[in-house]
Design a protein around this ligand. Structure first.
Ligand code: ADP
Length: 469
């Protein structure tokens, strides 16, 4: 037998490129989400620092307004002086303005001298913002009207919080660089560890395809992750393919062997007829040749049917089939044969059992079972065909009181071209039961046998019952 030429896939997928894509995706997702967290943290920090500054200004406004109410301008001046000396509170800009332009009191920390605050004089608003001369910081000023109409203004520079945020930005930049590097490194490591077993699997599969060695197996590791699951499924598939190939090889050997006998006989008959030169002998030989070739054709047809049924390519013309009708039809065909062989055939059929089946194929199945039962039952024996319903199955039973099947034959009678030891005397190809099993399986049914040598056999066939809703 010649081995098939190794076939390489037309386009070999590049697992390296897939790995790179996986790594890039990992790195992008990791880096983008981490940077988003850093940015969010920055935004929240900036907002909370701004909020804190405004709270300080607002509470100072409230406190100094109360002091003014109780102790006048002097009370505010004393409080500011005390703050400056003790350095208790944050540094603040404080100004009291009367009539829109007359400054009664002003306290500005010396380092804020470049804030241009004069245009604010007398302006009452919730929050004013004044840029410093160097434009590096902003003074945020809030004001409140005191009880006598004078205006109290309190402000705070954003300098210190800008400084804090600038530091945070530096740190965040360093952290971001670290995140990007970690993302790239992580992507590489994750991809390497994910791709290694896949690459192993690809290499093993490529090797099997290239060498055509179906006995080679992909290594399966201890971890039992998805890749190992895939590897063991692949191995299981190879096991199945090997079994199928060897089954096909056996079947082919059997077919070749079984064809050889009738073909040799054909040749012998033809040679003898030719040599005889007698027209009567020649026409008798032609008739025998015709018979013999029909036998061969029948065998090849049956073999094809079995293969098609097993591979699922057999066309089934399914209809609703009444089982008792089919059995009565088949039994009537075999009436004469049974009578000739002195075998009594009885029927016990339940009415109204319907299956969804190909009528001709079902007839073929019942005919094969009945044919065997009559064939392997000596004169005086009995064959009984019965049907019943068991849960969701229609059960068809063909029981005989015949020769029975030897224990060592039992597991093999379903094989193609297998014939039991005691059946050599009977006509047959050893294909009937293989065809029965293949057709029944194609109908989602099962068939099994119970047999005792010398006492008879019972073939039980189950098909899903058809219930009309
Ligand atoms: P065959 O053409 O030999 O009958 P089958 O595939 O129908 O081929 O059956 C395979 C073998 O199973 C037979 O050769 C026979 O040994 C055994 N067998 C099948 N049916 C019966 C039966 N009813 N009683 C005894 N042996 C049977």
């Amino acid at each position: 037998m010649s081995s098939p030429a190794p076939t390489a896939p037309a386009e070999q997928p590049d697992s390296g490129r897939f790995g790179l894509r996986l790594a890039s995706w990992y790195a992008v997702v990791f880096v983008v989400s981490s940077l988003a967290i850093v940015l969010l943290t920055y935004a929240l920090l900036a907002a909370s620092l701004a909020e804190r500054d405004r709270e300080i200004v607002a509470s100072t406004l409230r406190e100094y307004s109360a002091r003014y109410a109780s102790g006048g301008l002097g009370a505010i001046a004393r409080a500011v002086d005390l703050e400056q000396r003790t350095g208790g509170r944050e540094r603040l800009f404080v100004r009291v303005v009367r009539g829109g332009s007359e400054t009664l009191f002003a306290s500005i920390p010396p380092e804020w001298a470049d804030f241009e605050v004069s245009p604010l004089a007398g302006r009452e608003s919730a929050w004013d913002r004044v840029l410093s001369g160097s434009r590096r910081a902003t003074l945020e000023v809030a004001s409140a009207r005191l009880i006598d109409g004078t205006l109290l203004q309190v402000g705070k520079s954003t300098e210190s919080r800008d400084e804090l945020l600038a530091r945070f930005r530096t740190v965040a930049l360093l952290v971001s660089i670290a995140i990007v590097l970690a993302g790239l490194a992580g992507g590489f490591v994750v991809t390497r560890s994910t791709m290694r077993p896949i690459e192993g699997l690809i290499a093993a599969v490529r090797n099997i395809i290239a060498t055509g060695r179906t006995d080679a197996r992909v290594p399966v590791r201890e971890q039992r992750d998805a890749i190992d699951e895939l590897s063991s499924l692949f191995n299981a598939m190879l096991d199945r393919i090997t079994t199928l190939i060897s089954g096909m090889g056996d079947a082919l050997d059997n077919v070749a062997h079984d064809l050889r006998t009738p073909m040799t006989r054909l040749r012998g008959i033809a040679e003898r007829a030719l040599a005889s030169g007698d027209p009567a002998t020649q026409s008798a030989a032609l008739a025998t040749c015709l018979e013999e070739s029909e036998r061969i054709l029948a065998m090849l047809d049956t073999l094809m049917d079995i293969s098609e049924a097993e591979t699922g390519t057999l066309r089934l013309e399914r209809t609703d089939v009444a089982v008792d009708g089919v059995i009565r039809e088949v039994a009537s065909v075999y009436e004469d044969v049974a009578e000739d062989r002195h075998v009594a055939v009885s029927q016990h059929l339940e009415n109204g059992l319907v299956v969804s089946a190909d009528r001709d194929r079902l007839r073929q199945v019942v005919a094969n079972l009945l044919d065997n039962a009559i064939k392997y039952t000596p004169a005086g024996g009995r064959v009984d065909i019965s049907t019943r319903r068991e849960r969701n199955d229609v059960v068809i039973e063909v029981a005989d009181t015949g020769t029975g099947i030897a224990d060592h034959d039992l597991p093999r009678i379903w094989e193609r071209l297998y014939r039991g030891d005691q059946s050599r005397a009977e006509r047959g190809l050893g294909l009937g039961l293989s065809l029965v099993r293949a057709i029944v399986a194609a109908h989602n049914g099962t068939v099994e046998v119970r047999s005792r040598p010398g006492q008879g056999s019972t073939f039980t066939l189950r098909l899903p019952v058809l219930t009309r809703s």
